[in-house]
Design a protein around this ligand. Structure first.
Ligand code: GDP
Ligand code: ZN
Length: 359
């Protein structure tokens, strides 16, 4: 398959020309499962793993290859596999804080043009969750589109769509049904050949059903594992890149049970531009927007211009982001102190050795 049909363009060409990777060829990561990556390029799609050198030089986490990444691989034809030597700098990336207590970044997908934030209009509809996705999405560098699925199962679909439009200024909001096909043409109007689109959202919102509809067939990857491939089977827990009939690449991600923000300060500011704008009009620059005189936020609440839930959501996400920043700072601080300690111990040892030498 040609590189350009996988999204390769002048940006990556320039990086490649700069990189001097003679032994390698460019490849795109089209699937990721535990510890295994599937890559496609101008060769038969195959499995790949990071080389020893790459493992040594990169930290597991943000530096690790993700679906959508362009990587430099060394082919190992005798093993029908490839070694990943390098991840090319990403043009965009959707990240989150890894689930659980650990303070680290996880890259969900890389090099995406459009992010479809999928929510379902049945029981589990939640405006605040869409806000959270929007914040991380604005941070990613991809253009967000909100897709409200299961329109067929909801009596007041357009009312809920209006709620989302209220909190997602400038973002297209589409009503669709993967079941009936309603709204899919409007959705496909956002797909351009050569672009990469990702589906994000909780599990159960209908992402797989949408993929099937858009592929016009049962979910079957262009880069699917053949019988002769002994390593690993395709599972629904993996992230996969599909090629749509019109030449758009679509990445499906398994439902994220939680999306904790990661480094989303600017994304938050963009998502809550209306609240930020109000806050900038408060009399005191350090206004907490509780009961200070001249608080523009409280005024907007009183007049109904600002929804109390939205303000609460803003506060919550701000707190989450600030907590994370403090954690990261203190961990960096701790690592720094540890390095200094080791260094000082060495210095003292050197002095002792020198003094011994004198005697
Ligand atoms: P995913 O976890 O996001 O991939 O969600 P699935 O595609 O597996 O769908 C979850 C459930 O919702 C399945 O039972 C689907 O049949 C159902 N579903 C998906 N799309 C629609 C839709 O547009 N309308 C209705 N009524 N049900 C849907
Ligand atoms: Zn205020």
């Amino acid at each position: 398959m040609l590189k350009k049909d996988l999204g390769w363009d002048a940006y990556f060409e320039a990086i490649w020309a700069d990189g001097k990777m003679e032994e390698c060829v460019p490849a795109r990561v089209v699937s990721q499962q535990r510890g295994l990556w599937r890559v496609a390029g101008e060769f038969e799609a195959c499995w790949a793993e990071p080389s020893g050198k790459f493992r040594k030089e990169s930290e597991e986490g943000g530096d690790w290859p993700a679906v959508g990444d362009w990587v430099a691989v060394e082919m190992r034809p005798e093993k029908q596999s490839a070694l990943i030597q390098r991840v090319l700098p990403r043009r965009s990336r959707f990240v989150r804080k890894v689930a659980g207590k650990q303070i680290a970044e996880q890259v969900i997908v890389a090099n995406i043009d459009v992010a479809l934030i999928v929510a379902a209009l049945d029981g589990d509809f939640n405006v605040r969750r869409v806000e959270r996705y929007l914040a991380q999405c604005w941070e990613s560098g991809a253009r967000p589109v909100v897709v409200l699925n299961k329109a067929d199962a909801c009596a007041d679909a357009s009312e809920l769509a209006a709620q989302i439009e209220g909190i997602a200024k400038g973002v297209p909001v589409l009503l669709v049904s993967a079941k009936t096909g309603e709204g899919l043409e409007a959705l496909e109007a956002h797909f351009k050949k050569g672009q990469t689109i990702v589906l994000l959202g909780s599990s159960g919102v209908g992402k797989s059903s949408l993929v099937n509809r858009l592929l016009q067939e049962e979910r079957q990857s262009t880069f699917a594992v053949r019988e002769s491939d002994s390593r690993g089977r395709h599972t629904t827990t993996s992230r996969d890149l599909f090629l749509l009939p019109n030449g758009t690449m679509l990445i499906d991600t398994p439902g994220l049970r939680e999306l904790q923000l990661w480094n989303a300060g600017e994304g938050l500011a963009q998502t809550f531009a209306d609240v930020d704008e109000l806050a900038s009009k408060c009399r005191f620059t350090d206004c907490q927007h509780v009961n200070e005189p001249g608080c523009a936020v409280q005024e907007a609440l009183a007049s109904g211009k600002l929804d109390a839930n939205r303000l609460e959501s803003w506060r919550k996400l701000q707190r989450e982001q600030e907590f994370l920043e403090r954690k990261v700072d203190s961990e960096i601080g701790a690592a720094h102190n540890k390095r200094i300690k080791i260094l000082m111990r060495q210095v003292r040892q050197n002095y002792r050795d020198r003094d011994k030498g004198k005697n």
